[in-house]
Ligand binder design. Structure first.
Ligand code: ARG
Length: 580
């Protein structure tokens, strides 16, 4: 609605300028705000005050001129001048009511499909091979997945790119160690059940045993050269890691599958060609045996252009080289219009360097946007990086076990007439929902404090609160069984406030898609639930004295709210339950 009023005001300014009432060169920043008090209408603008001086008229006189030139709109019931020259807009509740009727019937719930649909590559999750997924990976995975779901809902073609860390010199040592284990017993792959321990032991042997280290280094070269034996062992490591990760994705309800793996190794064969091309274009130059791109955009400490190594002295390529090739591939081969990277904020400079080079080399045209959607760290209650009590990294699987444990204790304290199977489903949905939502609901750009008590609370901006709000509406429907929904009429302020909020679902979805920020959806759903609770208190449904027409209208409001809650939570990757 704000946008609508804004457009009306823009048209008005043009009209005033055409008539010479306002100088043509003035371009006011038109601001439309929600009013604090409904007695002053729904929306207000200070435009008359902004234009008074350039127009050489008192603000109230200009406000009158603005109103006289305002294009007619079915959405506006009344316009008034207030105070020194504010213009207040009263929205037409009939128009609003008809929008809610339509929204309740619409599979998209009033959300406008993207036009044109784009091809959008989303880089998220990206765990590393032979490493257990740790808590910090949850951020990228959960936030990225919510944005992916939102973009798909809008009709975009989304390509999930799981940029798995499956390449690099560490594989020499991992392959050699796996080989040793398999020679010692034929159950060598069993050792991979605990990847973290496997990695640690491989590293220990590498550091302690020079003969082993020599063999490991040889394997790096062989693997690079495509040696079958090394390739096969490498494949095992990748597959076992990704099987374990897939179990976590499934448990979390994350929409990634093994088909979405596009690891670093995919780009490896492209790297020699990329470096040769960068050199041919004069971008990369030899510097002390290495190939380096000097970027004026990035200054080192000494104020000199920063050198980004794309090929080391020993011929090895780097993480940056891979990301240059990767950006190119996403544009040229995948046909991306937009690429979103959900990566830790500490990798920002790395990405900027890779992209600057990719753009200079002409691999990524101006029209394609490359976006780093950075996020901060997950901190413990003490404000330090989230760790186990003994200081180790917290395994995601253990974290989810604890969430289920805590959720089941919590649910046991509540009265419930659910069967054991239903209870178990509730516990799972609440536990997973709470962990995901805790992450999603914070502005991702900052660090966030992981706190069990907050995330599992039934009060406040939490998953259990929203899940509960949804089941509460479902229980209204169970109790009003034979009553049907009908056309909406908005009489009470609480009904109008709820309706206005429902209508903002569209703009919320659009901004999550544009900014890659799911916390906007969380906040919206939280506010929507709050308005619903107020509506439900103020506006009885199944009570004597409420006309059947009003009952039907209020049920439609309930239904629309339930649908928006369910859809909004689904876009966040969070399940709702009929009963809990
Ligand atoms: N595997 C990397 C890590 O764990 C993240 C990769 C992110 N994606 C990328 N295109 N660089 O830090």
């Amino acid at each position: 609605m704000k946008e609508h009023i804004q457009q009306l005001l823009e048209a008005t300014v043009s009209r005033l300028q055409a008539e010479g009432l306002v100088p043509a060169e003035v371009a006011p920043r038109i601001q439309v705000d929600n009013t604090k008090d409904k007695a002053h209408g729904d929306l207000a603008t200070n435009l008359a005050m902004l234009l008074a001086k350039p127009a050489g008229k008192p603000p109230r006189a200009l406000a009158e001129a603005i109103i006289a030139h305002l294009p007619a709109s079915e959405r506006v019931a009344k316009v008034e001048i207030a105070g020194p020259g504010f213009i207040n807009f009263y929205l037409d509740t009939q128009w609003l009511a008809r929008q809610i009727d339509a929204l309740a019937q619409d599979a998209m719930l009033g959300v406008k499909t993207a036009e044109p649909a784009q091809t959008i590559v989303v880089d998220y999750s990206a765990p590393n091979v032979a490493k257990e997924m740790a808590v910090h990976h949850i951020r990228s995975t959960v936030i990225g997945d919510a944005v992916v779901r939102t973009l798909e809902f809008l009709g975009h073609k989304v390509i999930r790119a799981n940029h798995v860390g499956d390449w690099g010199t560490q594989f020499g040592m991992l392959i050699a160690y796996l080989e040793d284990l398999q020679e010692e017993s034929d159950s060598g792959s069993m050792a991979l059940a605990d990847l973290e321990a496997f990695y640690r032991e491989a590293k220990q042997r590498y550091d302690a045993d020079e003969v082993f280290a020599e063999r490991a280094r040889g394997y790096v070269v062989k693997l690079q050269g495509g040696d079958d034996h090394c390739r096969a062992l490498w494949r095992q490591l990748v597959d076992i890691t990704m099987e374990q990760n897939q179990r976590i994705y499934d448990r979390l309800g994350v929409s990634l599958s093994t088909r979405d793996v596009m690891g670093e190794s995919l780009y490896n064969p492209m790297l020699p060609q990329i470096v040769a091309d960068l050199q041919a274009q004069g971008l990369a130059v030899e510097d002390d045996g290495a190939m380096v791109v000097f970027l004026d955009e990035f200054k080192g400490k000494d104020g000199e252009a920063m050198g980004v190594i794309v090929r080391k002295k020993d011929g090895g390529f780097l993480y940056t080289t891979t990301d240059i090739a990767c950006a190119k591939y996403r544009v040229e081969t995948l046909g991306a219009d937009r690429v979103l990277y959900f990566i830790d904020s500490r990798q920002h400079q790395h990405l900027m360097q890779a992209w600057t080079i990719a753009r200079k080399a002409g691999y990524v045209p101006e029209a394609v946007s490359l976006e780093h959607h950075a996020f901060g760290m997950m901190l413990g209650k003490d404000g330090k990086p989230f760790k186990t009590r003994s200081g180790g990294t917290v395994k995601l699987a253990d974290l989810l076990d604890e969430a289920e444990q805590r959720a089941s204790e919590l649910m046991a304290q509540r009265d419930s007439d659910l069967s054991d199977a239903e209870q178990a489903e509730v516990v799972h949905a609440v536990a997973i929902g709470a962990v995901k939502y805790a992450d999603l609901s914070k502005n991702r750009t900052t660090d966030y404090i992981f706190d069990w008590d907050n995330m599992l609370a039934f009060e406040g901006n939490t998953a259990p609160y929203l899940q509960y709000a949804y089941t509460r509406i479902q229980s209204i429907f169970r109790r009003t069984g034979e009553l049907a929904c009908g056309p909406v009429t908005l009489e009470e302020a609480a009904e109008e406030a709820l309706a206005n909020k429902l209508l903002k679902f569209n703009e919320t979805v659009q901004s999550v898609a544009a900014k890659g920020m799911p916390h906007l959806m969380c906040l919206y759903l939280y506010e929507l639930s709050g308005l619903f609770m107020s509506f439900y208190e103020a506006c009885p449904i199944n009570k004597d004295g409420v006309s059947s027409q009003l009952k039907a209208s209020r049920l439609t409001l309930c239904q629309a709210t339930a649908k928006v809650l369910q859809q909004g939570l689904a876009l966040l990757g969070i399940k709702v339950l009929e009963r809990m």
